[in-house]
Design a protein around this ligand. Structure first.
Ligand SMILES: [Zn+2]
Length: 193
């Protein structure tokens, strides 16, 4: 059996033990906001933003990008569950800055094993076959961090499914210090009207 599986189940047993009355939480987020951020393991949205269970929606993907699917979740978040503000949070040293669309496509074509980063260059060390299906995915890589926050806030702002009354705030989370730093240009673009 998997050691990780055992660890997860034992951590969960301890969590459920102290669950208390959290089983009575309402479905809509009590503090009425949604966060879109990266899946990076160093980011703990609950801790960095002071969230308890039931407080807010947290939507995560690689990069915290405003993909069609992230927007799908944000629309459900406000339309059916009443959130009133959105936060887009990208972060320093994001893995999405470390490769290009073409790099990942080539790596996937060569094999499906985990690649290694060697002196700034991704190398595939695994055995093939890989797959060319990576050609059909938009990987939403990041070239410029502040710019990606602006672009994503703008994409949500200009979605015909998102009402103008919802303010969208743009931030960069610093993995070195734990601080959130606002991207003023993004917040300006995301201003409610
Ligand atoms: Zn990231």
């Amino acid at each position: 059996m998997s050691k990780l599986r055992d660890e997860v189940l034992s951590a969960n047993a301890a969590y459920a033990e102290g669950f208390g009355d959290k089983g009575k939480l309402a479905l809509p987020p009590a503090r009425r906001f949604a966060v879109l951020t990266c899946m990076d393991a160093r980011i703990d949205p609950a801790k960095l933003a002071g969230l308890q269970e039931g407080d807010a929606h947290v939507i995560r993907n690689a990069g915290g990008r405003a993909s069609d699917d992230a927007i799908r979740s944000l629309v459900i978040s406000y339309k059916l569950l009443g959130t009133q503000e959105f936060f887009v949070i990208h972060h320093t040293h994001c893995g999405m800055q470390l490769f290009t669309e073409e790099t990942l496509r080539e790596l996937l074509k060569s094999s499906l094993e985990t690649a290694v980063l060697d002196e700034g260059q991704w190398k595939d060390v695994g055995r093939g076959p890989g797959s060319a299906q990576g050609e059909f995915v938009d990987w939403l890589t990041i070239k410029d961090l502040a710019e990606s926050v602006v672009v994503d806030v703008e994409r949500i702002r200009t979605s015909p499914l998102v009402p103008k009354r919802i303010p969208i705030h743009g931030f960069i989370y610093h993995v070195e210090t734990g601080r959130l730093v606002e991207v003023p240009r993004a917040t300006e673009v995301g201003r409610a009207s």
